[in-house]
Write a protein that binds this ligand. Structure first.
Ligand code: PXP
Length: 254
């Protein structure tokens, strides 16, 4: 028995800010992208305030929180500076992610197994402030057990290894990664942890992963913003919602 039928789509608007920052100035505006994504049917907005502010900047987070009428998911590294900002902005949710300045994107999950003691005060403070905490983790039982020990109510499974394997045509690896995600989603439910997924998803992979009934939220950014260049953000988001609904309907045998 799974705890939800509906699957929410969080649209990550970081790369609208990447484009803006390539020239400086104010356009394109990530807040406008957030409003368009929501108007197209997205359930929430995700933004990652990175330590080096390479895309989203502090003022974007403030404007998003002040102006959007939907859940805001603040992706952040577990640092004192980010914690202070989150406690001021009070987003609906914070997703703790690992962060290295040198990486192009968030390449792996949080090391919750070895980092438990370091992460605990961040999880506790955010929860005490009424912010829903999720931990961005590899789809492994060890990471899930550590997330449970940290009393995190939500995990987001890192789908990057699966998506990369598929993109590279590494069929065996892709199948193994898909099964790892399936097992992790089932284990999360068994542990009573709400399960989300994200990273590297496109229409096809979003459709496939939506078949796991335990997953109740997907956070998708780079592909959607890229697709928006060709078809517009409204169309891209609507097509993604349709793909996700199709994957979910298949899972329910509809
Ligand atoms: N979820 C988390 C925790 C992330 O760090 C990212 C990337 O910022 C995403 C989802 C979205 O990944 P993508 O941009 O590849 O769709």
């Amino acid at each position: 028995m799974s705890f939800a039928k509906k699957i929410r789509l969080g649209v990550n608007i970081d790369h609208v800010a990447t484009l803006r920052n390539a020239r400086g100035g104010f356009a394109p505006d990530p807040l406008r992208a957030a409003q368009m994504a929501l108007a197209a049917g997205a359930d929430g907005i995700t933004a990652h305030l990175r330590e080096d502010r390479r895309h989203i900047v502090d003022e974007d987070m403030r404007r998003l929180k002040a102006s959007i009428n939907a859940p805001l998911n603040f992706e952040m590294a577990a640092t004192e500076q980010m914690l202070d900002i989150a406690l001021k902005i009070r987003p609906h949710a914070s997703c703790l992610v690992p962060e290295k300045r040198t990486e192009r994107t968030t390449e792996g999950g949080l090391d919750v197994v070895n980092g438990r003691e370091r992460l605990a005060p961040f999880v506790d403070e955010l929860l005490r402030a009424g912010i829903r905490v999720s931990l961005f983790i590899e789809p492994s039982f060890e990471a899930l057990a550590a997330a449970r020990a940290l009393k995190a109510p939500v995990v987001e499974l890192h789908t990057g290894a699966w998506c990369n394997a598929l993109a590279l045509g590494e069929t065996d690896k892709a199948e193994a990664e898909f099964e790892r995600l399936r097992a992790a989603a089932e284990e999360a439910e068994r542990l009573g942890i709400e399960c989300h997924a994200g990273h590297g998803l496109d229409f096809d992979t979003a459709r496939l992963i939506s078949a796991f009934p335990q997953i109740v939220e997907l956070n998708i950014g780079h592909f959607l913003i890229g697709e928006a260049v060709f078809v517009g953000l409204d169309s891209a988001v609507k097509e993604m919602i349709a793909a996700v609904a199709q994957g979910r309907a298949g899972a329910a045998g509809a």
